[in-house]
Design a protein around this ligand. Structure first.
Ligand code: NAP
Length: 406
């Protein structure tokens, strides 16, 4: 069975990976100009097709029939060929509906701010209204805009449908969450990085967050059902979401100097076929001098500044294994740089087993004192703690288990 994705720019699409989990069909990317779409839809032999930006409306006149959902939302992201007819449907609706369900948030009777008024916003607004929410669209050029957000401080949910904060322009948030004391959750349709600045801010407030990977996987699951005619269990969404999340995020190793971050990092990168980067090596390579020379020139202040620049650049990437310097946790800003798109693993090794050679700070202060200062910081940063006192392969096996088996 031939299925695929039609769009303008598809190089970074995750859809082929997602559809591999969903069914036994080929899934081909079709990057076309608008002028080629009519011939493609009429002339090619696909059984099922997904449609993405900017063609979700363009394809509608070529569909012989539209599902109720496609009519309701006013766009098509899934087409199937049946007895020579092209039937257009919209699975983004189910994708966002499933995202709201997953978040556990109730929206009926509550004020929900939808940021942005583009194609995805239309689907989001349709779902939220059907769930009984009082929806306010915040648009740069609308009546409700970013300069009168003070009119909506009673909002309980914010849904971001703008591209603000998306890779590579990470670190920007469309709104300041301090304005919204009643906020219960934030949903962001962006999935790269896994945690946008908006989601990081929401997480820091202790409220519910969910990124757009859930919606992407859920819409793909309903598309696969349309392609094959066979129902799939809803649990497959969670399975694919977890597998893909683990695959897309970096693995970051933190811990005391000499706790085995570089050795373990290289081994796990080899095992999982990922690129390995030692943040200290990257600092040296960018500075063009050794770490003791950096300390001699500008002390720890200069070193930390260079380290933060390196972690900001590496942290927004995907799928890397990154070994950090032991003291990176002492700079608060490094947390968001690393946490935005990484699973952070703290490798623990007893202080009497830690070497001190070639490590400027380990030679000038007692390791016990250093550990006492840093322990709460490692605890704050890490998602997972791993004991690394045993054989070198143990931590590697444990990380593989976490990443691959979920
Ligand atoms: P779109 O049609 O281009 O709409 C985006 C809207 O965001 C614009 O209409 C605009 O609304 C607002 N916007 C754009 N640039 C902005 C800026 N610099 N600052 C503030 N607002 C800005 O795009 P879309 O198809 O709706 O997609 C929007 C986002 O959702 C993208 O990041 C996309 O990747 C994501 N998405 C995810 C899924 C999923 O399955 N997870 C599905 C669809 C889309 P105003 O002019 O009204 O301000």
């Amino acid at each position: 069975m031939e299925c695929g994705l039609l769009g303008k720019t598809l190089a970074h699409s995750y859809s082929p990976q997602i559809h591999k989990f969903l069914g036994d069909y080929t899934y081909t990317l079709h990057e076309l100009e608008e002028s080629q779409i009519e011939d493609f839809l009429k002339g090619s032999s696909f059984t099922g097709l997904n449609v993405t930006i900017p063609y979700k409306k363009t394809v509608m006149p070529y569909c012989t029939e539209l599902s109720q959902c496609a009519k309701k939302v006013g766009s098509v992201n899934t087409i199937i060929r049946k007895d020579g007819r092209l039937i257009g449907h919209n699975t983004d609706y189910f994708g966002f509906y499933s995202m709201v369900q997953k978040s556990g948030l109730t929206v009926a009777g509550k004020k929900v701010l939808v940021l942005g008024s583009g194609g995805a916003a239309v689907t989001v607004i349709t779902v939220l209204k059907e769930l009984g929410a009082n929806v306010v669209v915040i648009s740069r050029t609308g009546e409700n805009n970013y300069s009168n957000l003070h009119l909506h401080t009673d909002a309980t949910l914010i849904v971001n449908t703008t591209p603000v904060g998306m890779y590579p322009n990470v670190g920007n948030s469309p709104v300041d969450l301090a304005l919204f004391p009643n906020l219960e959750g934030v949903l962001d349709l962006i999935y790269n990085p896994a945690r946008t600045k908006l989601l990081l801010d929401a997480e820091a407030k202790g409220i519910v967050t969910l990124n757009g990977l859930w919606m992407l996987v859920a819409q793909a699951k309903e598309s696969a059902e349309w392609f094959t005619g066979a129902k799939l269990p809803d649990s497959i969404i969670e399975d694919i979401y977890t597998a893909l999340s683990n695959q897309m995020q970096n693995i970051v190793l933190i811990g005391m100097p000499g706790s085995g971050k570089s050795t373990t990092g290289k081994a796990i990168a080899q095992r999982l076929h990922r690129d390995f980067i030692d943040a200290d090596d990257e600092i040296v390579s960018r500075a063009g001098i050794t770490i003791p020379e950096i300390f001699a020139q500008g002390g720890e202040t200069l070193f930390r500044k260079l380290e933060t620049q390196v972690l900001a650049d590496l942290g927004k990437e995907s799928g890397l294994v990154i070994a950090t310097g032991g003291g990176c946790v002492t700079q608060d800003c490094n947390y968001n740089h690393l946490h935005q798109n990484s699973i952070i693993i703290w490798l623990q090794r007893d202080t009497d087993k830690l070497p001190t050679d070639g490590r400027p700070l380990s030679q000038t202060s007692s390791l016990e004192d250093m550990y006492a200062l840093r322990k709460p910081l490692y605890e704050r940063y890490c998602d997972i703690v791993l004991d690394n006192n045993g054989a070198p392969g143990n931590a590697v096996d444990a990380i593989e288990q976490i990443i691959v088996k979920g």
